[in-house]
Design a binder for this molecule. Structure first.
Ligand code: TXA
Ligand code: MG
Length: 329
């Protein structure tokens, strides 16, 4: 039987990371497709960080139950500086440890085209320059920022070989570049420098001691002092709109802006945007943060959000919407 192949339906296959395969992977990224590639830590599932749809597809392929912010991979420090604002300490850490298994959380740079979905709506962005040669060649060939969480289904352990990726993500990945085993084998260490106090958000492939030799003592994650450590994405800092959100709205009240989903949007006199007219939760995820920001204008009474189904990325969308209703402290 003839098998038609769309990016989603096609079976994931790995291929040796030849020059030709790397060039093809860069073309995949340009076309908005997902590519798995080796880094020195673990294999990443990469998509064009500036492409909302590609970023949403990453969450969909991993079956992530919520939108944790993703790490943006850059070819070099110069490239990272086009997306994030570096202070002196960030510059020192980058000079000492990049390329390598260290991720820096920094303020998003004005004018960065990196998707808000990558930052899960936060004003910060996580950047890293990997040292793996194949990763470096892919990033250079692509010439832009690549959002990449570990290339495994959510809840499974991170992949350190190409066949782990194929087993964990049998569909939805255009190409897996096989670069053998990952040298480090655990994820990068994540340090938050976005608010003046350097914080260790995630221990990883670069030791705390090595980092503290440059930064001095690292503080715990924000909010961890008074509460048990929370999973990433559960931190008290998260995106909230200024105008109150009213979820599962069936109609739009006077003065409200509205965020619709699906074919039958309610009548509205104020601003209305539609997350996905066709009712596609992956498309909706791609639009979510940008549309909330666009609607969140001074003077509106609130934002009415139509019900989003608890299927596919709808679960993550609803999780984020509920967090945006509960204001951060
Ligand atoms: O080793 C690694 O870092 C691998 C390889 C593929 O590079 N990547 C990886 O990415 O582990 P990911 O997206 O799974 O890791 C995201 C981590 C989360 O723990 C998240 O909390 C943190 O980075 N993070 C990302 N952006 C953040 C932000 N804006 N604020 C706070 N934390 C952030
Ligand atoms: Mg992971």
């Amino acid at each position: 039987m003839l098998k038609t192949s769309t990016a989603d339906a096609a079976e994931t296959r790995s291929t040796p990371a030849t020059d030709q395969a790397i060039a093809a992977a860069a073309a995949d990224l340009r076309a908005g497709r997902l590519v798995a590639f080796p880094t020195e830590t673990v294999y990443g599932l990469g998509g064009d960080a500036r492409n909302d749809s590609a970023v949403a597809a990453i969450f969909a392929a991993k079956h992530r139950p919520n939108f944790n912010p993703l790490i943006v991979h850059c070819a070099d420090l110069r490239a990272a500086k086009t997306e994030a604002t570096f202070n002196d300490l960030a510059g020192d850490l980058a000079a000492r440890f990049w390329p390598g298994p260290l991720t820096l959380v920094l303020p998003r740079r004005d004018g960065t085209r990196v998707s808000l979905l990558v930052s899960a709506g936060l004003p910060s962005i996580a950047v890293r320059v990997p040292s793996n040669d194949i990763a470096h060649r892919l990033l250079s060939a692509f010439g832009g920022p690549v959002a990449a969480p570990s290339a495994n289904r959510s809840g499974e352990v991170s992949p350190t070989a190409a066949d782990h990726v194929v087993a964990s993500l049998p569909h939805g990945v255009a190409r897996v570049l096989d670069g053998g085993r990952c040298a480090v084998g655990i994820e990068s260490t994540v340090v938050d420098l976005s608010d003046g106090v350097p914080r260790l958000l995630r221990p990883g492939g670069l030791s705390r001691e090595a980092i503290e030799a440059v930064t001095g003592p690292l503080a715990p994650p924000n909010g961890a002092a008074d509460e048990a450590p929370r999973a990433p994405g559960m931190q008290s800092r998260h995106y909230a709109t200024r105008a109150p959100l009213r979820l599962n709205a069936a109609s739009v009240r006077p003065g409200e802006a509205s965020l619709a989903f699906g074919a039958d949007a309610p009548e509205a006199t104020g601003a209305q945007l539609n997350l996905s007219r066709s009712g596609d939760t992956t498309e909706a995820a791609a639009n979510l943060f940008a549309m909330l920001r666009e609607l969140d204008r001074p003077g509106i009474a609130g934002i009415a959000v139509m019900p989003i189904p608890e299927t596919g990325l709808g679960v993550a969308i609803n999780d984020r919407l509920r967090r945006a209703v509960v204001r951060p402290t």
